[in-house]
Every structure is written in C-alpha cells, then in structure tokens.
Unconditional design. Structure first.
Length: 205
C-alpha cells in the first residue's frame, strides 16, 4: 500500500527534532553551569583554608616572637606557607601552599611551593614559613618571578644592629628579605626547608 505523506508531517517531525536539540543544549548548559559553580565553590573553600592557615601561623609566630608582628606590619609585604614532606631512603619531597600579601594594598596572591630532598634518611616533616619583604620590589619579584632556594642553602640567624632588634628569630635570606621557619619545636635557628621553589597558583588567582 502506498502511503502519502501529509505536507505538515515533515514539519512536525522537524519541530520535534528542534525541540529535542534545544532541550539537550539547555541540559548541557545547565550541567556546565553547575560544574562551574562547584569548581568556584571548591576554589573558595581552598582560599578559605589557606587564609585560616595564615591566621593560625601568624598568631603562633607572634606568640613565639612578639617582635615579628611589628616587623611584618612595617614591611612592604609578607608570604606565609605550610609544607608537608616525606622522605624514604634517598628520595623525598614535599609540597605546600600559601599566599603573599601586600601590606599596603592588602592584595593577595595565592602561591605554591615544592621541595626536593636529597640524601639518606627516613621521616615526615611539617613546617610553616613566613617570608617578610622590606621592599616592594622584592615582594613583586617573589610573586611574579618566583623564588628558588638551592638545596645547598645554609641560612642561619646572623643579625646585628637594627636587624637583631626588629627581626629577632628570623633568618636573613638576602638584604631586606627575612624568613621565619616554624616547626613543632618553635622557631628554627637554621633553615631546613632547602631545595624549594615558589610560584603562583594559577588555579586560585
């Protein structure tokens, strides 16, 4: 039997196809928006955790070395990091996160750090670092160009004059750049966070 197609039938099928396509696009768009919102929420949560770590670290630093508060408040900026590292035999490493803050503008730049350890040993180590920059140029260089501290670095607290008064308990990294290292035992008198590299966290900025 020959079936004759109604002239409106093709238009009806085309309309249904268009509706289905439109619904599919809308569903995909909704899914993308939901995924984007979830990702943004996760990033906000990560930033919140880092800010909490910073507040906790600074509070501990000020309890341990009260003069550090004035040094940071008078500085061009500072950066705070928390690291977790593990070492098994000859291989080891660690990673951490933190934020650099311009004390004048209050602008935050979220950053990461990685550490590579060499030599024989076992163990797990945790520490927190507070960088202090007297000059804005050094802060900007730290943020925009990163900072790499070689594994051979042997920084110790060698202070005299005004530095001894203002930056008591800090390690001298370079002229105008200071570093406090907090461990479970308090302030470290010598740097143990060696072979570290600091760079911007593109996901959180």
């Amino acid at each position: 039997m020959t079936r004759f197609l109604d002239k409106n039938e093709g238009q009806h099928d085309h309309g249904e196809t268009t509706m289905i396509t439109r619904r599919t696009c809308l569903s995909l768009l909704a899914a993308m928006l939901a995924a984007g919102s979830a990702l943004a929420a996760n990033k906000d949560e990560d930033r919140k955790k880092i800010r909490g770590m910073v507040a906790e670290t600074l509070a501990e630093l000020y309890r341990t070395q009260p003069k550090a508060k004035g040094a940071i408040e008078r500085s061009a900026g500072y950066a705070v990091f928390r690291n977790f590292g593990m070492k098994i035999l000859f291989a080891g490493g660690g990673s951490g996160s933190g934020v650099a803050v311009n004390t004048r503008s209050k602008q935050e730049t979220f950053m990461k750090m990685v550490e590579v350890q060499a030599g024989l040993g076992f163990g797990v180590k945790k520490f927190r670092l507070v960088w202090v920059f007297e000059k804005a140029s050094d802060l900007n260089s730290f943020i925009n160009s990163g900072w790499e501290m070689g594994a051979q670095a042997t920084l110790a607290a060698q202070l005299s004059g005004q530095g001894a008064e203002v930056f008591a308990g800090a390690l001298s990294v370079s002229p105008g750049v200071w570093l406090y290292q907090l461990t479970d035992d308090g302030l470290a008198a010598e740097l143990t966070a060696k072979g570290t590299k600091y760079y911007k966290d593109d996901d959180l900025n």
